[in-house]
Write a protein that binds this ligand. Sequence first.
Ligand code: NI
Length: 170
Amino acid sequence: MALLPIRTYPDPVLSQLCQPVEAVERHLVELAESMAETMYAAPGIGLAAPQVGELLNLVVIDTSRGEERGTPLFLFNPRIMEASGETVFEEGCLSVPDYTSDVVRSERVVVEAMDREGRPITLEAGGLTAICLQHELDHLVGRLFLDRISPLRRALYRKRRLKQLKKAGE
Ligand code: NI
């Protein structure tokens, strides 16, 4: 397995709608395994398929800490079925370099998906896992956490990012 290149803002692949997975086939599980490896190497707590250029409804997450890390959750066709409460957390994203911002999200979510065996699963999550799930599922509809902050702050980041990319290209 090899690490996959992570697409970064403003790559247009990050703002597109992903397609559902029809069946959890072997090559999709292999993609998820490479995504997990890429996520751990970064390091990050979640990665969505469009972040590696694949427009598929697939996310991998692992919000555990320390020695418990290493058992990623693969979620195919994940959907939020219920959401409640409100929480604010300072988010970052592997596709949004050098930036974090407070984001308002639901405090608890119930997510339905298929696991790596193609079996339907239901997850009830709170805390960091609930935030991570919402963040990753946003990626599947082409939404970044930048789309959930004020237009002014987003514009300032965009300006800084484009300048950074221009400098890197010189
Ligand atoms: Ni992200």
